[in-house]
Design a protein around this ligand. Structure first.
Ligand code: RRO
Length: 308
Protein backbone atom coordinates (compact mmCIF):
# COMPACT_ATOMS: atom_id res chain seq x y z
CA UNK A 1 0.00 0.00 0.00
CA UNK A 2 1.26 3.45 -0.78
CA UNK A 3 0.46 6.21 1.65
CA UNK A 4 2.00 8.84 -0.64
CA UNK A 5 -0.01 12.05 -0.64
CA UNK A 6 0.14 15.18 -2.74
CA UNK A 7 -0.76 18.56 -1.28
CA UNK A 8 -0.36 21.63 -3.53
CA UNK A 9 2.15 19.76 -5.72
CA UNK A 10 4.29 18.84 -2.70
CA UNK A 11 4.92 15.12 -2.24
CA UNK A 12 4.39 13.68 1.28
CA UNK A 13 5.57 10.09 1.95
CA UNK A 14 2.46 9.65 4.11
CA UNK A 15 -0.43 11.98 5.09
CA UNK A 16 0.38 12.21 8.83
CA UNK A 17 2.02 15.58 9.58
CA UNK A 18 3.19 17.15 12.81
CA UNK A 19 0.79 19.99 13.72
CA UNK A 20 2.19 23.40 14.56
CA UNK A 21 3.15 24.39 18.09
CA UNK A 22 3.41 21.13 19.91
CA UNK A 23 7.20 20.82 19.62
CA UNK A 24 8.22 24.47 19.47
CA UNK A 25 10.52 26.24 17.06
CA UNK A 26 13.67 24.09 17.26
CA UNK A 27 15.01 22.21 14.22
CA UNK A 28 16.20 19.15 16.17
CA UNK A 29 12.78 17.97 17.31
CA UNK A 30 11.23 18.48 13.86
CA UNK A 31 13.94 16.27 12.38
CA UNK A 32 13.49 13.64 15.10
CA UNK A 33 9.76 13.39 14.38
CA UNK A 34 10.53 13.08 10.65
CA UNK A 35 13.05 10.31 11.37
CA UNK A 36 10.41 8.40 13.32
CA UNK A 37 8.02 8.25 10.38
CA UNK A 38 6.09 11.54 10.09
CA UNK A 39 4.96 12.38 6.56
CA UNK A 40 5.62 16.10 7.11
CA UNK A 41 6.39 18.53 9.92
CA UNK A 42 5.09 22.00 10.82
CA UNK A 43 7.13 24.46 12.89
CA UNK A 44 5.59 26.55 15.69
CA UNK A 45 4.22 29.84 14.34
CA UNK A 46 6.86 32.57 14.15
CA UNK A 47 5.93 36.25 14.35
CA UNK A 48 7.61 39.42 13.00
CA UNK A 49 9.21 40.08 16.42
CA UNK A 50 10.40 37.83 19.23
CA UNK A 51 7.70 36.96 21.80
CA UNK A 52 7.99 35.50 25.29
CA UNK A 53 5.40 33.08 26.62
CA UNK A 54 2.52 33.93 28.93
CA UNK A 55 3.22 33.40 32.67
CA UNK A 56 2.93 29.81 33.95
CA UNK A 57 0.93 27.66 33.96
CA UNK A 58 0.70 27.68 30.15
CA UNK A 59 -0.18 24.04 29.35
CA UNK A 60 -2.21 21.50 31.31
CA UNK A 61 -3.26 17.91 30.63
CA UNK A 62 -6.81 17.75 32.03
CA UNK A 63 -7.51 14.13 31.22
CA UNK A 64 -9.33 14.43 27.89
CA UNK A 65 -6.62 16.44 26.13
CA UNK A 66 -4.67 19.63 26.72
CA UNK A 67 -5.54 23.23 27.41
CA UNK A 68 -2.86 25.80 26.53
CA UNK A 69 -2.20 29.48 26.51
CA UNK A 70 1.45 29.48 25.50
CA UNK A 71 1.15 32.98 24.05
CA UNK A 72 3.03 32.35 20.84
CA UNK A 73 6.49 32.17 22.37
CA UNK A 74 8.97 32.28 19.45
CA UNK A 75 12.30 33.89 18.57
CA UNK A 76 10.85 36.02 15.73
CA UNK A 77 10.96 35.27 11.99
CA UNK A 78 14.46 36.69 11.41
CA UNK A 79 15.93 34.27 13.99
CA UNK A 80 13.58 31.44 12.99
CA UNK A 81 14.52 31.51 9.26
CA UNK A 82 18.07 30.10 9.75
CA UNK A 83 16.71 27.47 12.18
CA UNK A 84 14.21 26.39 9.53
CA UNK A 85 16.86 26.43 6.81
CA UNK A 86 18.95 23.96 8.87
CA UNK A 87 15.87 21.79 9.45
CA UNK A 88 14.97 21.88 5.77
CA UNK A 89 18.41 20.62 4.70
CA UNK A 90 18.06 17.58 6.93
CA UNK A 91 14.37 17.02 6.12
CA UNK A 92 15.13 17.14 2.41
CA UNK A 93 17.58 14.25 2.86
CA UNK A 94 14.76 12.32 4.57
CA UNK A 95 12.22 13.24 1.85
CA UNK A 96 9.90 14.85 4.44
CA UNK A 97 8.39 18.27 3.59
CA UNK A 98 8.67 21.26 5.92
CA UNK A 99 5.68 23.51 6.60
CA UNK A 100 6.72 26.84 8.16
CA UNK A 101 3.99 28.43 10.26
CA UNK A 102 3.68 32.21 10.61
CA UNK A 103 1.60 34.55 12.73
CA UNK A 104 1.29 38.34 13.00
CA UNK A 105 -0.89 40.85 14.77
CA UNK A 106 -1.38 42.89 11.58
CA UNK A 107 -2.01 42.18 7.89
CA UNK A 108 1.30 43.87 6.95
CA UNK A 109 3.06 41.79 9.63
CA UNK A 110 1.80 38.58 8.00
CA UNK A 111 3.27 39.65 4.64
CA UNK A 112 6.60 40.47 6.31
CA UNK A 113 6.64 37.13 8.16
CA UNK A 114 5.91 35.21 4.94
CA UNK A 115 8.71 36.96 3.06
CA UNK A 116 11.16 36.32 5.89
CA UNK A 117 10.45 32.61 6.46
CA UNK A 118 10.44 32.22 2.69
CA UNK A 119 14.24 32.59 2.89
CA UNK A 120 14.35 29.13 4.49
CA UNK A 121 12.60 27.71 1.39
CA UNK A 122 9.94 25.74 3.29
CA UNK A 123 7.78 23.53 1.06
CA UNK A 124 4.61 25.24 2.30
CA UNK A 125 3.75 28.18 4.56
CA UNK A 126 1.00 27.83 7.18
CA UNK A 127 -0.74 31.14 7.82
CA UNK A 128 -1.99 30.97 11.41
CA UNK A 129 -4.88 33.44 11.58
CA UNK A 130 -6.58 31.51 14.36
CA UNK A 131 -4.42 31.62 17.52
CA UNK A 132 -6.89 32.08 20.38
CA UNK A 133 -4.28 33.31 22.88
CA UNK A 134 -2.74 36.58 21.62
CA UNK A 135 -3.82 40.05 20.57
CA UNK A 136 -4.55 41.14 17.01
CA UNK A 137 -4.93 44.44 15.17
CA UNK A 138 -8.71 43.97 15.16
CA UNK A 139 -8.90 42.82 18.77
CA UNK A 140 -9.85 39.28 17.71
CA UNK A 141 -8.32 36.56 15.51
CA UNK A 142 -8.46 37.30 11.76
CA UNK A 143 -10.05 33.85 11.26
CA UNK A 144 -13.28 34.94 12.95
CA UNK A 145 -14.61 37.00 10.00
CA UNK A 146 -14.52 36.15 6.26
CA UNK A 147 -13.34 39.68 5.32
CA UNK A 148 -10.33 39.79 7.67
CA UNK A 149 -9.42 36.17 6.92
CA UNK A 150 -9.44 36.98 3.19
CA UNK A 151 -7.42 40.17 3.69
CA UNK A 152 -4.56 38.31 5.39
CA UNK A 153 -4.69 35.52 2.79
CA UNK A 154 -4.44 37.96 -0.13
CA UNK A 155 -1.55 39.86 1.50
CA UNK A 156 0.46 36.69 2.17
CA UNK A 157 -0.27 35.35 -1.30
CA UNK A 158 1.22 38.54 -2.75
CA UNK A 159 4.30 38.31 -0.50
CA UNK A 160 5.45 34.79 -1.41
CA UNK A 161 5.49 32.27 -4.25
CA UNK A 162 5.46 29.35 -1.81
CA UNK A 163 2.01 27.68 -1.58
CA UNK A 164 0.07 28.79 1.51
CA UNK A 165 -2.14 26.87 3.92
CA UNK A 166 -4.53 29.08 5.88
CA UNK A 167 -5.31 27.72 9.36
CA UNK A 168 -8.88 28.29 10.50
CA UNK A 169 -10.53 28.62 13.90
CA UNK A 170 -13.33 26.40 15.24
CA UNK A 171 -14.59 29.32 17.32
CA UNK A 172 -16.96 30.54 14.57
CA UNK A 173 -20.58 29.98 13.58
CA UNK A 174 -19.88 28.94 9.98
CA UNK A 175 -16.37 27.66 9.22
CA UNK A 176 -17.37 26.82 5.62
CA UNK A 177 -18.05 30.51 4.95
CA UNK A 178 -14.56 31.44 6.20
CA UNK A 179 -13.04 28.61 4.16
CA UNK A 180 -14.74 29.80 0.98
CA UNK A 181 -13.52 33.36 1.64
CA UNK A 182 -9.86 32.36 2.04
CA UNK A 183 -10.04 30.07 -1.00
CA UNK A 184 -11.37 32.98 -3.03
CA UNK A 185 -8.54 35.17 -1.71
CA UNK A 186 -5.92 32.70 -2.96
CA UNK A 187 -5.35 30.07 -0.23
CA UNK A 188 -3.71 27.00 -1.79
CA UNK A 189 -4.91 24.80 1.09
CA UNK A 190 -6.84 25.06 4.35
CA UNK A 191 -5.92 23.66 7.78
CA UNK A 192 -8.72 23.06 10.29
CA UNK A 193 -8.95 23.31 13.20
CA UNK A 194 -6.88 25.35 15.65
CA UNK A 195 -7.65 24.82 19.33
CA UNK A 196 -11.11 25.45 20.80
CA UNK A 197 -11.43 28.33 23.28
CA UNK A 198 -11.99 27.09 26.81
CA UNK A 199 -11.37 27.52 30.54
CA UNK A 200 -10.73 25.30 33.55
CA UNK A 201 -11.23 26.48 37.12
CA UNK A 202 -9.27 25.33 40.18
CA UNK A 203 -12.11 24.83 42.67
CA UNK A 204 -9.73 25.03 45.65
CA UNK A 205 -8.22 28.34 44.56
CA UNK A 206 -11.57 29.50 43.19
CA UNK A 207 -9.99 30.92 40.03
CA UNK A 208 -9.06 29.88 36.47
CA UNK A 209 -6.08 27.52 36.32
CA UNK A 210 -4.28 29.17 33.38
CA UNK A 211 -2.48 32.43 34.17
CA UNK A 212 -4.00 33.72 30.90
CA UNK A 213 -7.41 32.66 32.31
CA UNK A 214 -8.61 31.20 29.00
CA UNK A 215 -6.80 28.93 26.58
CA UNK A 216 -7.13 26.57 23.62
CA UNK A 217 -8.38 23.00 24.05
CA UNK A 218 -6.85 20.25 21.96
CA UNK A 219 -6.68 16.45 22.04
CA UNK A 220 -9.36 13.71 21.98
CA UNK A 221 -12.10 15.97 23.40
CA UNK A 222 -12.19 18.10 20.23
CA UNK A 223 -11.97 15.35 17.57
CA UNK A 224 -15.68 15.29 16.61
CA UNK A 225 -15.62 19.10 16.25
CA UNK A 226 -12.63 18.82 13.95
CA UNK A 227 -14.20 16.04 11.87
CA UNK A 228 -17.35 18.14 11.38
CA UNK A 229 -15.27 21.20 10.40
CA UNK A 230 -13.36 19.17 7.78
CA UNK A 231 -16.61 17.64 6.51
CA UNK A 232 -18.22 21.05 6.07
CA UNK A 233 -15.11 22.56 4.45
CA UNK A 234 -14.85 19.65 1.99
CA UNK A 235 -18.33 20.54 0.72
CA UNK A 236 -17.49 24.26 0.49
CA UNK A 237 -14.00 24.41 -1.09
CA UNK A 238 -11.94 22.73 -3.79
CA UNK A 239 -8.48 23.22 -2.24
CA UNK A 240 -6.88 20.44 -0.17
CA UNK A 241 -7.72 20.31 3.56
CA UNK A 242 -5.33 19.45 6.38
CA UNK A 243 -7.53 17.90 9.08
CA UNK A 244 -6.28 18.63 12.60
CA UNK A 245 -7.84 18.02 16.00
CA UNK A 246 -7.58 15.15 18.45
CA UNK A 247 -6.17 12.53 16.08
CA UNK A 248 -4.18 9.93 18.01
CA UNK A 249 -4.68 6.63 16.13
CA UNK A 250 -4.77 5.35 12.56
CA UNK A 251 -8.56 5.00 12.88
CA UNK A 252 -8.85 8.67 13.87
CA UNK A 253 -6.72 9.64 10.86
CA UNK A 254 -8.89 7.57 8.50
CA UNK A 255 -12.00 9.28 9.89
CA UNK A 256 -10.47 12.66 8.95
CA UNK A 257 -9.61 11.38 5.46
CA UNK A 258 -13.16 10.05 4.99
CA UNK A 259 -14.45 13.50 6.02
CA UNK A 260 -12.29 14.96 3.23
CA UNK A 261 -8.77 15.60 4.55
CA UNK A 262 -5.78 15.25 2.23
CA UNK A 263 -3.29 15.47 5.11
CA UNK A 264 -3.90 14.82 8.81
CA UNK A 265 -2.22 16.90 11.52
CA UNK A 266 -1.21 15.36 14.84
CA UNK A 267 -0.33 17.49 17.86
CA UNK A 268 -1.46 16.55 21.36
CA UNK A 269 -0.96 12.82 20.67
CA UNK A 270 2.79 13.45 20.70
CA UNK A 271 2.37 14.11 24.43
CA UNK A 272 0.36 10.95 25.06
CA UNK A 273 2.11 8.56 22.62
CA UNK A 274 5.61 10.08 22.36
CA UNK A 275 7.68 11.41 19.45
CA UNK A 276 7.12 8.14 17.56
CA UNK A 277 3.33 8.74 17.54
CA UNK A 278 3.21 9.98 13.94
CA UNK A 279 5.09 7.02 12.48
CA UNK A 280 2.91 4.67 14.53
CA UNK A 281 -0.30 6.37 13.35
CA UNK A 282 0.89 6.12 9.72
CA UNK A 283 1.56 2.38 10.17
CA UNK A 284 -1.88 1.90 11.77
CA UNK A 285 -3.51 3.84 8.91
CA UNK A 286 -1.73 1.67 6.35
CA UNK A 287 -2.97 -1.55 7.99
CA UNK A 288 -6.51 -0.21 8.37
CA UNK A 289 -6.78 0.94 4.73
CA UNK A 290 -5.67 -2.51 3.57
CA UNK A 291 -8.06 -4.26 5.95
CA UNK A 292 -10.99 -2.18 4.66
CA UNK A 293 -10.06 -2.77 1.02
CA UNK A 294 -8.69 0.65 0.03
CA UNK A 295 -5.57 0.88 -2.11
CA UNK A 296 -4.53 4.37 -1.01
CA UNK A 297 -5.69 7.29 1.18
CA UNK A 298 -6.95 8.95 -2.04
CA UNK A 299 -9.44 6.09 -2.41
CA UNK A 300 -10.98 6.81 0.97
CA UNK A 301 -10.94 10.61 0.83
CA UNK A 302 -14.36 12.20 1.24
CA UNK A 303 -16.29 8.92 1.03
CA UNK A 304 -18.33 9.83 4.14
CA UNK A 305 -20.17 12.49 2.13
CA UNK A 306 -23.71 11.43 1.71
CA UNK A 307 -25.32 12.46 -1.54
CA UNK A 308 -29.09 12.61 -1.58
O1 RRO B 1 1.05 29.82 21.30
C1 RRO B 1 -0.15 29.62 21.59
O2 RRO B 1 -0.64 29.97 22.66
C2 RRO B 1 -1.06 28.95 20.63
C3 RRO B 1 -1.14 29.26 19.27
BR1 RRO B 1 0.01 30.45 18.45
C4 RRO B 1 -2.14 28.64 18.45
O3 RRO B 1 -2.29 28.88 17.24
N1 RRO B 1 -2.97 27.76 19.05
C5 RRO B 1 -2.88 27.45 20.37
O4 RRO B 1 -3.65 26.63 20.86
N2 RRO B 1 -1.93 28.06 21.14
Amino acid sequence: MTLQSDCCGVYFPNPIVLASGILGTEAGLLVRVARSGAGGVTSKSASPRHRTRHPNPTVLDWGYGLINAVGLANPGVAAEAPILRAAKAELQRLGVPLIASIFAETVAGFAFAAETVGRAAPDLIEVNISCPNVGHELGKPFALEPESAAQVTAAVKKATEIPIIVKLSPNVTDIAEIGAAVEMAGADAIAAINSVAGMLIDIHAGRPILANLEGGISGPAIRPLAVLAVYKLYEAVNVPIIGIGGVSTGADALEMIMAGATLVGVGSAVRSRGLEALGTIATELDALLAELGYTSPDDARGIAHVTS
